[in-house]
Design a protein around this ligand. Structure first.
Ligand SMILES: Nc1ncnc2c1ncn2[C@@H]1O[C@H](COP(=O)(O)OP(=O)(O)OP(=O)(O)O)[C@@H](O)[C@H]1O
Ligand SMILES: [Mg+2]
Length: 254
């Protein structure tokens, strides 16, 4: 059984077929990349999986169960976390507070227990803190933990957004263009932390990415999209030599 499966999923915006009869599946433990020219429908696919958008047709399955109509707030509970193409953090809070807030948003809370700060709540709070500190260590954010987001360089903010996604201890994390806006050295680091997320945390990684070097370095399999449709799925070398993929990219060249 696949971890995630999309079955003939479609969505249009007005006349634009953003995603058209897209099918693919991601296996547990994979690093699975989605590539394609601008406007291919990559972010829309993520918005469909995270249930921000409804499918017009088709089905989405998570661990064999259909989640096509599951409300978006349940997606994190199922173990699916994501980052956005543009970072969305609390600008005036510290790194640590952003991560703790991310954690609290998704936990099952009991208002009465919280109000009286009962021992069970305190114990849970300690577990949360430990889990958040582990993520800070994994992504090497110790130096920034008490700094306010608004004062941080772009590359670090992107890392904090990834950290926030990891704080819910996801089974799968969806990364939308993790290397965009980063310099070559920072992009090199992305390949290392993707491996850490995949191997140390055991999370399946599904990423949208334009940097083909990064895609080739880390991906088990790649899905190539253009104009909302699947061109091919395969290993990085298979995809890089695929005639349809080459045509889509050459056609897109400026
Ligand atoms: N909320 C929306 N309303 C209207 N059109 C949209 C919306 N979201 C996406 N689209 C359109 O759907 C198509 C696919 O967009 P999408 O953002 O998924 O592309 P993408 O592959 O992520 O591109 P990029 O590489 O530029 O991020 C585009 O034509 C886009 O203009
Ligand atoms: Mg996009």
């Amino acid at each position: 059984m696949s971890l995630l499966a999309m079955n003939d999923v479609s969505l249009s915006f007005g006349g634009v077929k953003a995603v058209q009869d897209v099918s693919f599946s991601v296996e547990k433990g994979e690093v699975f990349s989605i590539i394609g020219p601008n406007g291919a429908g990559k972010s829309t696919l993520f918005n469909l999986i995270s249930r921000l958008y409804d499918c017009e047709s088709g089905q989405i399955f998570w661990q064999g169960e259909e989640i096509t109509s599951v409300p978006s707030h349940r997606i994190a509970e199922l173990g699916i976390a994501r980052t956005f193409q543009n970072t969305e953090l609390f600008e005036h809070e510290t790194v640590l507070r952003n991560l703790l807030i991310g954690k609290h948003i998704h936990r099952r809370s009991n208002a009465v227990a919280d109000m009286f700060f009962l021992p069970s709540v305190r114990r849970q709070e300690l577990v949360f803190r430990k889990e958040v500190e582990d993520v800070i260590d994994l992504l090497n954010l110790q130096h920034y933990r008490d700094q306010v987001i608004a004062n941080l360089p772009y590359g670090v903010r992107k890392m904090v957004e990834v950290a926030r996604a990891l704080c819910i201890q996801p089974k799968a994390v969806l990364l939308d263009e993790p290397s965009s806006g980063l310099n070559p050295e920072e992009t090199e680091d992305v390949s290392f932390w993707i491996e850490d997320i995949n191997e140390e945390l055991g999370a399946t990684v599904i990423m949208v990415e334009h940097d083909m070097k990064l895609v080739s370095q880390v991906s088990d399999r790649v899905l190539a999209l253009a104009d909302g449709q699947v061109l091919a799925t395969g290993t990085p070398p298979e995809i890089q030599q695929h005639p349809e993929v080459l045509r889509a990219y050459l056609g897109d060249a400026e």
